[in-house]
Write a protein that binds this ligand. Structure first.
Ligand SMILES: Cc1cc2nc3c(=O)[nH]c(=O)nc-3n(C[C@H](O)[C@H](O)[C@H](O)COP(=O)(O)OP(=O)(O)OC[C@H]3O[C@@H](n4cnc5c(N)ncnc54)[C@H](O)[C@@H]3O)c2cc1C
Length: 409
C-alpha cells in the first residue's frame, strides 16, 4: 500500500460531470487524477442529442430553469447561483465552441457536433495537467483511518485520494460502492423512455410525426394526463419529446392498471367545427374516394390508417356515399384517436434513468456527501428527475464545476 500514489483529488468517471470537476480543481492548482473505465473519455457525451449534443437549455432565469426539476429545485438554487446556464454558454464560447439556441430553448454547439463538446472538455482536463487513467475500472472506495480514501481498481494500481468525486453515472459499480459507503441509493429505473403499443396501425405509421396535437393518457375512463406538442410514431409505439416527458407519469399509471393514449389531431378545432370542415371537403369532392381526399387535412399515411380502422372502414367509399353517422364517427376519431399503451421501452433506450443518491444525503453548498465530507457526488449519480432538453447536461456542468471549485479552494 506504501506504493499507492497520493492525489488531492481522484475523479471516478470521465463523463461531462467528472471532466468538469477534474479540470476545474486542477485549474485551481490541485493534483488530480481522472479514472475512466472506457478507453476514451466522454463516450456517452459524444452520443448525446443524436450526435449534436443538446448541451444546455437556454432558460437564463434560474428560477424558471429550476422549475423543470420539481422535486429538486430547492436543493439546486445554491449550485446554480454559482454556475448557471449563462456560465455554460460562456465556458464553451471562451473555449472556441459557441452555442446556438433552437426550439424549446435547446442549446447546441454551433458546429452541431457532440464530439466537439467532448474535445473541449478533454482539452480542459489535459491543459490543466489532470492525470488520466482510461481503460481502468474502479472496483471500490475504502475510507482510511486518516480520512483519506483508498481507490481500488481492477488493474493492479490503487491510489490514495484526499478527496474523491464520484461521477460514474447511473448503474454499474457506482451504486454498490455508494451503498457500501452508507448512502441510500434508489436503484435506477427507465425514466425518459418511448411508450409501446401492440396496435399494428400505430407501428405502420413509423416515421410519421404529428406537430401541435394533444395527447391524453386515460385510465379507468378518466383523463389522467394531457400534453400538447409533437409526437413521433415508431415501429414499437410512440416517441418524441412530448412522449418522453410524459413517460415517467405514464409508467406510474401503468403500475396501477391499463392505460390508453388518445390523440386529438385538431386540438384547436371544436368537434362541430371540424365536422363542418370535413363536410365541406366531402361536398367539394363528391365523386372521389375518401382515401384520396382526406390527405388534404392530414398526413397521407395517417389518413389511410384512420380510414381503415375498425368501425370506420371508409377508405374506398366515395364522399357522396358517406352517411352522416359515418362522417360523425370519422370526425370523432380525428379528435379521439385512441390505442392502448402496453409499456415503456427498457433501460437501454432511456434518455435518463431516475435513481441515484437521495438528495437529503447531499450538501448542495459544495456537492459533498453528508456522510463523508470529502466525497463529492456529481451528475447522474444524484437522484434528480428532469425532462429532456439539455437539463441533464446542465446539471453535470453545474455540479462538476461547483465541486471542482470547492476542492480547489
Ligand atoms: C442516448 C442519450 C442521449 C442523451 N442526450 C442528451 C442531451 O442531448 N442533452 C442532455 O442534457 N442529456 C442527454 N442525455 C443524458 C446525459 O448523457 C447524461 O445525463 C450525462 O451523460 C450524465 O453525465 P455524468 O457525467 O453524470 O455520467 P456519464 O456521462 O454516464 O459518465 C460516467 C462515466 O463514468 C464511467 N464509469 C462508470 N463506472 C466506472 C468505474 N467503476 N470506474 C471507472 N469509470 C467508470 C463511465 O464509463 C462513464 O464514462 C442523453 C443520454 C443518452 C443515453
Amino acid at each position: 500500500m506504501q506504493n499507492n500514489r497520493i492525489f488531492d483529488l481522484v475523479v471516478i468517471g470521465g463523463g461531462p460531470s467528472g471532466m468538469m470537476c477534474a479540470g476545474r480543481a486542477a485549474e485551481l492548482g490541485k493534483r488530480a487524477l481522472l479514472i475512466e473505465k472506457n478507453k476514451e473519455l466522454g463516450k456517452k457525451l459524444s452520443l448525446t442529442g443524436g450526435g449534436r449534443c443538446n448541451i444546455t437549455n437556454a432558460e437564463f432565469d434560474t428560477r424558471a430553469f429550476l422549475a423543470n426539476f420539481p422535486e429538486a429545485k430547492e436543493f439546486l438554487f445554491s449550485p446554480f447561483s454559482k454556475f448557471s446556464v449563462k456560465d455554460t454558454f460562456e465556458f464553451f464560447e471562451k473555449r472556441g465552441l459557441p452555442l446556438v439556441v433552437e426550439g424549446r430553448k435547446r442549446a447546441f454547439p454551433k458546429t452541431q457536433n457532440a464530439n466537439d463538446v467532448v474535445a473541449v472538455m478533454e482539452n480542459y482536463v489535459k491543459k490543466n495537467n489532470v492525470e488520466i487513467k482510461a481503460g481502468m475500472k474502479v472496483t471500490d472506495i475504502l475510507k482510511n483511518e486518516d480520512g483519506t480514501f483508498l481507490i481500488k481498481t481492477k488493474s493492479d494500481e490503487n491510489f490514495i485520494a484526499r478527496k474523491v468525486a464520484l461521477a460514474s453515472g447511473i448503474g454499474g459499480e457506482g451504486v454498490a460502492i455508494l451503498q457500501k459507503l452508507g448512502h441510500t441509493v434508489k436503484e435506477p429505473n427507465p425514466n425518459l423512455v418511448p411508450l409501446t403499443t401492440d396496435e399494428k396501425w400505430v407501428h405502420a405509421l413509423s416515421g410519421v410525426s404529428l406537430s401541435f396535437m394533444t395527447i391524453r393518457f386515460r385510465q379507468d375512463e378518466k383523463n389522467k394526463l394531457k400534453k400538447t406538442g409533437k409526437i413521433l410514431f415508431t415501429h414499437f409505439g410512440i416517441s418524441g419529446p412530448l412522449v418522453l416527458n410524459a413517460s415517467f407519469e405514464v409508467k406510474k399509471l401503468l403500475e396501477k392498471g391499463p392505460v390508453a393514449a388518445s390523440i386529438d389531431m385538431f386540438p384547436d378545432t371544436e368537434e362541430n367545427e371540424l365536422d363542418r370542415r370535413v363536410w365541406r371537403l366531402f361536398e367539394k369532392n363528391k365523386n372521389k374516394i375518401l382515401k384520396n381526399i382526406l390527405p388534404e387535412m392530414m398526413e397521407k399515411s395517417l389518413a389511410e390508417q384512420v380510414l381503415n380502422l375498425p368501425g370506420i372502414n371508409l377508405a374506398a367509399k366515395e364522399a357522396n356515399a358517406v352517411t352522416k353517422e359515418e362522417r360523425k364517427a370519422l370526425v370523432k376519431k380525428m379528435k379521439d384517436l385512441s390505442f392502448p399503451i402496453t409499456g415503456t421501452l427498457g433501460f437501454e433506450k432511456a434518455i435518463i434513468a431516475d435513481g441515484g443518491v437521495a438528495l437529503t444525503e447531499v450538501n448542495f453548498a459544495n456537492m459533498t456527501s453528508k456522510i463523508h465530507p470529502n466525497l463529492y457526488l456529481l451528475g447522474d449519480v444524484l437522484d434528480i428527475n428532469r425532462p429532456s432538453g439539455g437539463f441533464s447536461l446542465q446539471l453535470c456542468w453545474t455540479t462538476g464545476w461547483m465541486a471542482g471549485s470547492d476542492i480547489g479552494k
